[in-house]
Write a protein that binds this ligand. Structure first.
Ligand code: AP5
Length: 189
């Protein structure tokens, strides 16, 4: 049995950047991880049904549609063998409020060993979002980002209660990517 590690963080915190560098460095040590992006699994199904044209449309779909896409993605990912990293969200900010990224039926499919929260200071996240013109990020202020990061911690605690996984916070501070990668590697080895 491989390890299943769920890696989360608010949009723009840099989780994909941290994951990609970590996987590449671990591979050079002979430790293999497959990276599965939960949003990509949802997007592939949603776009094939003509529901979305970009990843940023997914969080604006009807709640029931998002739930069905989550279930499909979880069932698909659960079939993977070996060590896997699941790049996803603890909570998704939808127009009707926070949606759990890993509701009970998703958790039961995935049964993660570890949930990682990638975090950093809110002003750094705001600057990263503003600098990234490849995505349609929500325009949010400092307080809203604080709330989202706090909400993610609360939700991660509930995931630990339901599955027995551990929860680890990894800080991805500006220009200190190597520190967050080093910390994540120690968890994944
Ligand atoms: P997804 O694509 O995962 O959304 P996202 O959070 O927007 O992810 P990104 O990968 O774009 O952002 P990131 O935080 O990883 O930042 P990045 O590394 O690019 O998911 C798409 C959609 O799918 C979601 O919106 C949602 O609707 C849906 N979805 C996914 N999972 C779901 C679930 N479980 N349930 C329901 N829906 C779900 O970095 C950002 C920038 O920061 C880059 O410019 C980078 O160079 C810079 N940067 C990174 N690290 C540093 C550093 N240390 N110092 C300076 N700059 C840095």
């Amino acid at each position: 049995m491989g390890k299943k590690v769920v890696i989360t963080g608010v949009p723009g915190v840099g989780k994909t950047t941290v994951i990609n560098q970590t996987i590449s460095e671990l591979a050079s040590e002979g430790v293999e991880y497959q990276n599965v992006n939960f949003g990509s699994c949802m997007f592939d199904v949603a776009s094939s049904q003509g529901l979305v044209t970009s990843r940023d449309d997914i969080r604006r779909l009807e709640q029931a549609t998002q739930r069905e896409l989550q279930r499909n993605a979880a069932q698909f990912i659960a079939k993977s063998d070996g060590n896997i990293i699941i790049d996803t969200h603890c909570t998704v900010k939808t127009p009707k409020g926070y949606l759990a990224g890993l509701p009970e039926w998703v958790l039961k499919e995935l049964m993660p060993d570890i949930v990682v929260l990638v975090e950093t200071d809110e002003d750094q996240i705001l600057m990263r979002r503003m600098a990234d013109d490849t995505r349609v990020r929500d325009a949010e202020g400092y307080r809203a980002l604080c709330e989202h990061q706090q909400f993610n911690r609360a939700m991660a605690a509930s995931y630990a209660m339901l599955t027995g996984c551990t929860v680890k916070v990894v800080v991805n501070a500006d220009n200190l990517l190597n520190n967050s990668v080093a910390e994540l590697k120690t968890i994944l080895r």
